[in-house]
Design a protein around this ligand. Structure first.
Ligand code: AGP
Length: 618
């Protein structure tokens, strides 16, 4: 998730665009750049780092700050590590076109090869530089204006985008387009100035009049003339309404949600989709992950996989253990990185270590990686921050495409980590012949449904909020799950603990009778994951044991379940899916539950006491 912003009008563009980038930094912050057009020349300034680093660079070159047209970008890398050359804006080979882009062009390598055949050269590894040269090539071959060239070019790309494009030969306009990533157009008085941005935060102080593009729409914005919105598919004109925004700046940054955590819980359908986009090719019945394919023999011949992580990422690793052993039939051990690094573990060259980390900066996980490498193991990373320390330290890796996770409590990181682990397990399971093409295809079909099924679970938010209101004053809670959902029970307990400060423990449901059942009385809420897959009957009997001791039962069940509904005090339904995929759905109600309880208790949900988003110290 990157931030894009731009201005065209009568004011000095630099201060407006720079401030806009600062407002958008919550969307991505590994590099930043700005283009200014001074009426004569295009000046692009860009750098790895934050907007403050970009400002320092621009302050060294007054020329780069002149002009009343500008576009800017703050990057959350998905292709190409964060560095100066991969930062946006990107210019076309001629230098006449400039683009900023938020999204992923999945077929950029095919397009790049074709452009290279036509004599184009590239400076960066990004999909965005390919797109701006494709637009230039179309403009040249079709001899058309920028708007038409953008429309034709976008019909050749597969992926997600929000773009703003400027053409030096047509200086009174900016062209924008969107598919899957937001674009807002701020409209100045009498069309004398326009703003474009990923959300309204960069321009809300100048105008509250805005047009929000819908997916597969583009717009040609002309100073003094107005905005023409068209369908990308057929270039037909779209009748748009100008909205009068009532949101505060803070509300805009949180996407209208009260907290980043709630926004990120609701971003999970898109985050999961973005994570398997371009990797899970249902039509071809394959999973494309070069980071695994390039080391396939290592994975297939490994003695075992050791997963190292901390906190929520460790819980994702536990789900990975069930996935790899069930689907890929590879022995797995899951280790707390903080323990692994000090217990003098036995590691050989035949081991594969998978390090999972949202931030990519967790000190214990980084140390565990270094230890494993020193003993000859092959280390694979699953990170959310491109170019982070862990991403750079591992031999190979696969990024989650969750976008920046601002809330300290991990939510979309967890589900996107599980998504990556599922893709790897399926790829290895297929390569080892453990699952048939038919089973493989049905997993892919079910995985494609997960984003909409997560949306469906999110619709039960009011119901979960009601349940939260009943149990918000509990002092102790138990979370129980079996099989693939045992790690989800642990994760649910961690979520509650870390943002509401209520003590909670997760257990395998069958473990209850080995001690925790002594805790159960009428004051103890027990959250049980009782989907109709796996050992459903055994979970039902665990629930009956709890009921007979007056425990309060809140069960996460599969839609249509009537058995548990008879026994539990409350049920929250999730759609049916394969047992191996249920963690992607069962975790959602538990995230919402912990969120609502914490809010009702007046806790600081996004920055809970004593916690940091990334534990970069021991
Ligand atoms: C989870 O909600 C916490 N924020 C914490 O447990 C976190 O998962 C842990 O610190 C690991 O962080 P990482 O994924 O960035 O390595």
């Amino acid at each position: 998730m990157c931030g894009i912003t731009g201005y065209i009008g009568y004011r000095e563009a630099y201060p407006i665009v720079i401030k806009g980038l600062q407002r958008l930094e919550y969307r991505g912050y590994d590099s930043a750049g700005i283009m200014l057009f001074d009426g004569q020349d295009i000046h692009v300034t860009k750098t790895k780092g934050k907007v403050v680093d970009l400002e320092a660079l621009a302050n060294n070159d007054e020329k780069s700050k002149k002009g009343s047209t500008g576009i800017g970008h703050t990057r959350w890398a998905t292709h190409g590590v964060p560095n100066d050359v991969n930062s946006h804006p990107h210019t076309s080979m001629s230098g006449n076109l400039v683009i900023v882009h938020n999204g992923i062009i999945e077929n950029y390598d095919t397009i790049k090869k074709e452009l290279i055949n036509r004599g184009y050269t590239f400076k960066s590894d990004t999909d965005t530089e390919v797109l701006v040269n494709l637009i230039e090539e179309v403009k040249k071959t079709e001899d058309c204006k920028l708007g038409k060239a953008v429309q034709i070019a976008l019909n050749q790309v597969v992926g997600a985008y929000a773009i703003a494009v400027f053409d030096k030969s047509k200086t009174n306009e900016i062209v924008v387009a969107r598919l899957g990533s937001p674009i807002a157009i701020g409209i100045g008085k009498d069309y004398k100035e326009f703003f474009v941005a990923s959300d309204a935060s960069p321009f809300i102080e100048y105008t509250n009049k805005a047009i929000y593009l819908e997916d597969e729409e583009m717009a040609v914005i002309k100073v003094g003339k107005g905005v023409k919105v068209r369908k990308i598919k057929d270039d037909s004109l779209v009748d748009t309404t100008i909205q009068e925004l009532q949101l505060s700046l803070e509300q805009i940054e949180k996407g209208g949600y009260d907290h980043f955590m709630l926004k990120e819980i609701h971003e999970q359908p898109k985050a999961i989709q973005d994570t398997f986009r371009g990797r899970m090719l249902a039509d071809e019945g394959i999973i494309k992950m070069s980071s695994v394919s390039n080391h396939l023999e290592k994975f297939l011949n490994a003695d075992r996989i050791i997963i190292v992580a901390c906190g929520t990422s460790w819980h994702a690793g536990l789900v990975g253990e069930y996935l790899f052993e069930d689907i890929a039939r590879i022995p797995v051990e899951v280790e707390y990185a903080s323990e692994f690094r000090y217990r003098n573990p036995i590691i050989t060259e035949k081991d594969i270590v998978i390090a999972i980390s949202q931030s990519g900066e967790t000190a214990d996980t980084l140390a565990a990686i270094k230890l494993a490498k020193s003993k000859g193991a092959f280390v694979f990373g699953v990170c959310n921050v491109v170019g982070s320390s862990i991403a750079r330290e591992t031999h190979s890796g696969s990024y989650t495409h969750a976008g920046p996770e601002i809330g300290v409590a991990s939510t979309k990181a967890f589900t996107t980590q599980i998504t990556v682990l599922t893709l790897i397990a399926l790829k290895l399971g297929k390569a080892k012949g453990n699952i048939s093409q038919t089973d493989f295809n049905s997993y892919i079909q079910m995985m494609r449904l997960i984003p909409s099924q997560v949306e469906k679970v999110l619709e039960s938010d009011e119901h979960v909020k009601y349940i939260s209101s009943i149990y918000k004053d509990a002092t102790n809670c138990l979370y129980l799950g079996r099989g693939f959902n045992f790690p989800v029970a642990l994760e649910g307990a961690l979520k509650l603990k870390e943002i509401s400060y209520i003590h909670a423990e997760g257990y395998p449901a069958a473990e209850m009778k080995h001690g925790p059942i002594a805790l159960i009385d009428e004051n103890m809420p027990i959250f049980v994951i009782a989907t109709n897959k796996g050992h459903y009957e055994k979970v039902v009997s665990n629930i009956q044991e709890i009921k007979s001791r007056a425990g309060k039962i809140i069960a996460v069940v599969t839609e249509g379940d009537t058995t548990v509904k008879e026994i539990a005090d409350h049920v929250i339904e999730i759609p049916e899916t394969a047992e191996a995929l249920t963690p992607l759905l069962t975790t959602i109600p538990l995230q919402l539950l912990s969120y609502h309880i914490a809010v009702m208790l007046g806790k600081n949900v996004d920055q809970p006491r004593n916690l940091a988003k990334s534990v970069t110290v021991e």
